[in-house]
Design a protein around this ligand. Structure first.
Ligand code: ADP
Ligand code: MG
Length: 679
C-alpha cells in the first residue's frame, strides 16, 4: 500500500464508505493517515460510584441489586436498574436494547463505562458500554481517537480504516534529516503518525503532535526561505537617508515617537541606507501611529532627491493623508501630489504630468497610482497602507513603476510577529506594539436595542462637551428583506429625535467620491457633530476629536472588523466610548461581542475570534489558503514555528535540493507552497 493508493484498497472500505470519506476530503491512503483525531477518549481506572461527578465519563465496577426493568415512553423502550458497589449506587439506563433484560443478571459482576448525567435532580449513567475484564485491561490509560465525522460514517469505521492502513502502509523513510530530529528532539514521522491516531499516553501524544507540527512549519519555511532568497537582498541604487529635514519634522510633531515607532523608524533607515532593496512590513494595531512612520520614510526619499508614493485603499483616506502630509511637509519644501480616480480628468492629467516630469516628490493616492498610464520620474520608495486591502499582485505592479524601489507595507492585522514572518514570508517585519501613552483605554459596552434612547442622550451630551460621534449602520438604503438599520433612514430619524442644533450627516460607499470627501472634510473640521456611516470609514480615518462610536446591528460584523471600526475613536487624549448595539441578544451573539467588551487589544480579539470561528477565516480566502495547517496552530505553536524556521534557514540551497531529490513528498510540498517547479 502506498501513499497515493485509493482508500478502496483498504480492507472494509467499499463504495459506500468511499463516498462518505470523499465528503471529508479523503480519497487516498495518505489523506486518511493525515486525517487526525479531533480529540481523544481516555479510559481511566475503575472509580467508586460515590466519587462520580456530572459530565464525567467514568468506568464503574459492581452489580445490579435486582432484576432490570423495562418501561416504555412513547416509542422508546428504556431498560434501567440500580448499579452498586461498596461505596454507593447509581441508576443506569439503556434505550431500545430489550435483550439486556435477559443478558444482565443481578448479583453478577460487570464493568461499565459511560457518561454521568443529571436527571430529575439525580446522577445517572446513560447508555453505558459493558466491558469485559480483558477489554478494560487492554484499554486502560490509552487514548481512543475521536474523529470529526460526517453523517453515515461512524467513529468505529474510521478507526478501523486507519488501523488497517497503518498496518499495511509502507512509510517512506523520514525526510527530516537526523541531525534536525536530534537537535529538536523529534520522533520519526512514522511513529508520530501512529501515535497521533493511537497514543499510548498523553506524553506520547504531545511528542507526536510536536513532531507533526514541526514538520508542517518546516516545509512551509523551506518554501519561504526559497522565495526569500530569490526576492530579497536585491541590490538597490537608491540610498535614502534621513537628513536634517527628518529632524525638523520630528521636532514639529506635537508628540514624541513611542518606543515601537522609534524602532520601526530605525529599521527603515537601516534598510534604506543599506544598498539593498527594502521589503518591510510595519505591523501595528489601529491607532498605534503608522502614518507618521510612512511620512518619515517618504521624507527620506524626497529629501534624497527621489520620489516616493503612498497607496491607500480608499479615496477618503487618500484625501486625509494628503492634507496631513501637506501640512507637515510643505514647510520643509517637499512637494506632495494627490492622485485618485475621482479627480476631474484635467486634474488627473496635471497630476500625472507633474509625477512624470519629477515636479512632485511625494505622491499619495488610491489604486489610480498603479494604473498603466501613470509613469513616475524617479520612484525610489513605495508604501502601501492597510496592506490587507491589497493583493500581492498589486504590490508587485506598484513596484514595477520604478526600478526596484524600496517597499514598505503597513498593516493593522493583529497577528503575532512569528506569524507575520510566515504570512509575509518575503518581508522583514517591524512591530509597533504599544499605543501612544496619552491614550485612555476606550470604554466599551454591548447593549440591546432597548438601550437606544440612553445612547442618544449620551451622544448628545458628548456633542455638547465639544466632541463628535460616529454611528455605523450595515446598510445604505432600506432593502426589502433586511431589517438592518440603514444609513439614510437612520439619519432622518436621528435628526428627528435630536435637537436641531446638532448637525447630523451621512456617508456611504455609493455616494460620489467628491461628496464623500466633502462630508469627511466637514467632519474632520468639526462642522458635523454626528456622522452616520456604513463601514466606508472603517479604514484608517483619523479624527481625534471623535469620542463616541455606536455600531448598530453589531452582530452582523466580524470581530476583526468591529475592532477596526472601534479604532476610529480613542485617537486623542479625551476618554472615548464604543457602544455595540446588538440586533439580537442570543447567547452566541453576546458571547462574541463580549470579547470586544473585555479588551481593546487587537491581538486578544483576533485570538478569541479564531477560537470561536476556527482558523482559516481570519485572513479571508486570499491569504488563508496556504496557511491552513493540518495540525499546527499559529498561535499555540509559536515555539515549533520558530524552531522549524531556524532549522529550515540553516540548510543550504544545495542541501535542500538534495533532500528534494531523495524525497518526492518533500519536493511536492515545497512546490505546492511556492507555486513553482523546484528542480
Ligand atoms: P494607525 O496606526 O491606525 O494608522 P495613525 O497613524 O492614524 O494610526 O495615528 C493615530 C493618531 O495618533 C493620530 O492622531 C496621530 O497623530 C497620533 N499619534 C501618532 N503617534 C503618536 C505618538 N507617538 N504620541 C501621541 N499621538 C500619536
Ligand atoms: Mg492608518
Amino acid at each position: 500500500m502506498t501513499a497515493k493508493d485509493s482508500i478502496r484498497c483498504i480492507k472494509g472500505v467499499g463504495e459506500k464508505s468511499e463516498k462518505l470519506f470523499l465528503k471529508l476530503g479523503i480519497t487516498t491512503v495518505e489523506e486518511l493517515l493525515a486525517f487526525y483525531p479531533r480529540e481523544y477518549d481516555i479510559f481511566t481506572k475503575i472509580q467508586p460510584i460515590a466519587s462520580v461527578r456530572e459530565g464525567d465519563t467514568v468506568i464503574l465496577e459492581g452489580s445490579f441489586a435486582a432484576k432490570l426493568q423495562m418501561t416504555s415512553v412513547r416509542n422508546l423502550r428504556i431498560i434501567s436498574g440500580n448499579f452498586r458497589d461498596s461505596s454507593g449506587q447509581i441508576r443506569v439506563s439503556w434505550f431500545n436494547m430489550p435483550y439486556l433484560l435477559r443478558s444482565l443478571r443481578p448479583g453478577m459482576h460487570y464493568i461499565i463505562r459511560g457518561r454521568i448525567v443529571q436527571k430529575n435532580g439525580m446522577l445517572q449513567m446513560a447508555q453505558p458500554k459493558i466491558l469485559s475484564r480483558e477489554e478494560y485491561a487492554n484499554q486502560l490509560g490509552k487514548l481512543q481517537p475521536v474523529y470529526p465525522l460526517t453523517a453515515g460514517l461512524t467513529n468505529h469505521a474510521v478507526t478501523k480504516a486507519v488501523t488497517q492502513a497503518l498496518a499495511e502502509y509502507e512509510f517512506p523513510s523520514d525526510f527530516l534529516p537526523l541531525e534536525i530530529r536530534k537537535k529538536y528532539n523529534l520522533m520519526p514521522h512514522k511513529k508520530a503518525v501512529r501515535t497521533v491516531h493511537f497514543p499510548e499516553s498523553r506524553e506520547a501524544y504531545a511528542m507526536a503532535r510536536s513532531r507533526l507540527v514541526f514538520e508542517e512549519f518546516f516545509l512551509f519555511s523551506l518554501a519561504l526561505h526559497r522565495m526569500k532568497k530569490t526576492k530579497n537582498s536585491k541590490p538597490s541604487e537608491y540610498i535614502l537617508t534621513a537628513g536634517e529635514k527628518a529632524d525638523v519634522l520630528l521636532e514639529e510633531l506635537p508628540y514624541q515617537l513611542t518606543q515601537g515607532q522609534e524602532n520601526a523608524w530605525k529599521d527603515i533607515q537601516k534598510d534604506m541606507e543599506s544598498g539593498f532593496v527594502m521589503n518591510r512590513l510595519i505591523q501595528g494595531d489601529v491607532g498605534s501611529g503608522k502614518t507618521v512612520i510612512a511620512m518619515l520614510a517618504l521624507l527620506c526619499a524626497a529629501g534624497s532627491g527621489h520620489q516616493g508614493a503612498l497607496m491607500v485603499p480608499t479615496e477618503v483616506l487618500a484625501g486625509q493623508h494628503y492634507e496631513e502630509f501637506c501640512r507637515y511637509l510643505e514647510p520643509l519644501g517637499i512637494r506632495t501630489a494627490l492622485l485618485t480616480g475621482s479627480m476631474t480628468a484635467a486634474a488627473k492629467r496635471e497630476a500625472s504630468r507633474q509625477i512624470a516630469e519629477g515636479e512632485v516628490d511625494i505622491i499619495i493616492g488610491t489604486h489610480a497610482l498603479i494604473q498603466e498610464k501613470v509613469a513616475y520620474a524617479d520612484l525610489a520608495l513605495i508604501v502601501t497602507d492597510e496592506q490587507h486591502r491589497f493583493g500581492v499582485r498589486q504590490r508587485e505592479t506598484f513596484a514595477d513603476k520604478g526600478k526596484s524601489p524600496h517597499m514598505l507595507v503597513m498593516s493593522a492585522t493583529p497577528i503575532p510577529r512569528t506569524l507575520a514572518i510566515i504570512l509575509y514570508g518575503d518581508l522583514d517585519v517591524s512591530v509597533i506594539d504599544v499605543l501612544p501613552a496619552d491614550r485612555l483605554p476606550i470604554k466599551n459596552c454591548v447593549v440591546g436595542t432597548n438601550y437606544r434612547p440612553q445612547a442618544y442622550r449620551f451622544m448628545e451630551k458628548q456633542v455638547r462637551e465639544g466632541h463628535q460621534v460616529y454611528v455605523i449602520c450595515p446598510m445604505v438604503e432600506e432593502s426589502e428583506n433586511s431589517e438592518a438599520e440603514n444609513v439614510i433612514d437612520y439619519t432622518n430619524s436621528l435628526r428627528e429625535v435630536l435637537p436641531d442644533s446638532l448637525k447630523v450627516e451621512f456617508l456611504h460607499g455609493k455616494m460620489k467620491p467628491v461628496q464623500k470627501n466633502e462630508i469627511m472634510e466637514a467632519f474632520s473640521k468639526g462642522m458635523i457633530d454626528i456622522l452616520v456611516s456604513t463601514t466606508v470609514i472603517e479604514v484608517g480615518i483619523n479624527v481625534p476629536n471623535a469620542t463616541v462610536m455606536m455600531i448598530e446591528n453589531a452582530e452582523r460584523f466580524g470581530l476583526a472588523q468591529l475592532h477596526q471600526l472601534r479604532g476610529r475613536v480613542g485617537r486623542g487624549a479625551a476618554q472615548s466610548y464604543c457602544i455595540f448595539m446588538a440586533g439580537n441578544t442570543s447567547k452566541e451573539t453576546m458571547e462574541r461581542l463580549r470579547i470586544l467588551e473585555d479588551s481593546n487589544d487587537g491581538f486578544y480579539v483576533a485570538k478569541e475570534d479564531l477560537r470561536l470561528r476556527g482558523p482559516g477565516d481570519l485572513f479571508g480566502k486570499r491569504q488563508s489558503g496556504e496557511l491552513l495547517f493540518r495540525m499546527a496552530d499559529i498561535y499555540q505553536d509559536a515555539k515549533e514555528l520558530q524552531q522549524a524556521n531556524e532549522a529550515a534557514g540553516l540548510l543550504s540551497q544545495e542541501e535542500v535540493r538534495l533532500l528534494c531529490k531523495k524525497y518526492d513528498s518533500l519536493r511536492q510540498k515545497i512546490e505546492q507552497y511556492t507555486g513553482e517547479v523546484f528542480l
